[in-house]
Design a binder for this molecule. Structure first.
Ligand code: COA
Length: 374
């Protein structure tokens, strides 16, 4: 049996930023337009007036201060309120592949590796730009990788589930190396006109290179063990899918064709699920709270992460022990814990242990226990 290891990570960050101030100004302008256009119906009680959003609420409820997006012009236009993404021709790279390739190149460069060291590409994300051919196969072709590739979707847990699949294959010897790539264009599945969630998401792509520990040419993270769990819930849901066109005309703009959540219920139900999951994973791996130098958690909500960090360590974590990136990136679905890992892991010393954990729709939770070899 081989020992799987994370030998490199990469993050592709879009160049456009939307601050909370810009977001709220655009949303409130949209509210004014909507209420003016629907004044009669609102007065008659047939339509509910929309309410303003606020920067104070967003920071207090989530910890998010800004988000990166592929296109801010559409999102911030009160008459559009969604990203304007150019339809690409079949002979051009898809947007997800383009972002994924950039993150993957960074991961390969960090590890000092090239396409010939990779036998598998998994494109693991919450949404796929198309049904087929797999985006992963397009990335494989663009990077010049032999072997095979496939897409997988476990919503916010896609990265850790992908890492488990890749690590198991590296351990068994069926592959030598794998790239797990998470291009998340969350701006396109977010309903920017819904004040309960319009501030939640941002865009990014992350990549993780998994190889045998023996193949590492520099510092690496041994993957000690992984654990995945799912439990069905309707509380985070997006009903868009290939049956959409078979629905009657006029139903195309249904609210449930974008991200929906019952945030309060998610909070209440996912927190114990994640805390228990991590505790059981650590106990089975013989890892005590005092052994953990760092937690790289899913980046959805600061209060949620503070709660989980405290539960896992048995005390309030120092900010450096449980680094957050959501203040800058917002929720980037599966990529969040990998951004945190990529940006805040290089300083760990030989023998230091840490835990990557993602959670979200499904419900799903995935954790990866790692040990630094410097
Ligand atoms: N601006 C101002 N006020 C707002 C607002 C906004 N943008 N959005 C909601 N409010 C109001 C609500 O109307 C409500 O008012 P009320 O008390 O008069 O009814 C109040 O603020 C509280 O709203 P609520 O939805 O209960 O807020 P919350 O504290 O639960 O925070 C979330 C909302 C979504 C940030 C939070 O529930 C959350 O993060 N949940 C988990 C999310 C998660 O992990 N999801 C996984 C996604 S992958």
């Amino acid at each position: 049996m081989n020992t799987p290891a994370i030998t490199g990570t990469g993050v592709f960050t879009p160049s456009e930023i939307i601050t909370n101030a810009e977001l709220v100004a655009a949303f409130n302008a949209y509210v004014d337009l909507f209420n003016a256009e629907n004044a009669d119906k609102i007065a008659a009680g047939a339509v509910a007036a929309k309410e303003y959003s606020s920067e104070e609420f967003i920071v207090k409820a989530s910890g998010i201060q800004q988000r990166y997006v592929i296109d801010k012009t559409g999102v911030l236009d009160p008459k559009v309120m969604h990203p304007l993404l150019r339809q690409r021709g079949d002979d051009e790279p898809s947007l997800m592949a383009e972002m994924g390739v950039k993150a993957a190149q960074d991961a390969l460069a960090q590890a000092g590796k090239s396409a010939k060291d990779v036998d598998l590409v998994i494109c693991a994300a919450s949404n796929m730009e198309r049904a087929y051919p797999a985006v992963a196969i397009e990335i494989q072709q663009q990077l010049g990788i032999n072997g095979f590739a496939f897409d997988m979707n476990v919503a916010c847990s896609s990265a850790t589930f992908g890492i488990q699949a890749a690590a198991d294959m590296v351990r068994s010897g069926s592959i030598g190396g794998a790239l797990v790539i998470n291009p998340e264009i969350c701006s396109a599945h977010l309903e920017w006109r819904d004040r309960d969630c319009h501030f939640i998401f941002g865009d990014v792509a992350t990549a993780t290179l998994i190889e045998t520990a023996q193949a590492a040419t520099g510092p690496y993270f041994e993957i000690k063990s992984t654990r995945c769990a799912t439990e069905f819930s309707n509380n985070i849901r997006n009903n868009n899918g290939y049956l959409r066109r078979s629905r009657p005309a006029g139903m195309v703009d249904r609210r449930d064709m974008q991200f929906m959540q019952n945030g309060r219920k998610v909070f209440k139900e996912v927190l114990p699920m994640v805390s228990d999951h991590i505790a059981a994973h650590m106990a089975d791996g013989g890892v005590q709270a005092a052994d953990l130098k760092r937690l790289w958690l899913h980046q959805a909500n600061k209060t949620m992460n503070d709660f989980i960090g405290k539960k896992v360590l048995g005390r309030t974590p120092e900010p450096s022990e449980q680094p957050n990136t959501l203040q800058d990136y917002a929720n980037t679905s599966s990529a969040g814990s990998i951004i945190a890992f990529s940006k805040y892991s290089g300083d760990l010393e030989d023998g230091d242990k840490g835990l990557i954990c993602s959670f979200g729709a499904g419900y799903s939770v995935g954790s990866v226990l790692v040990e630094r070899h410097a």
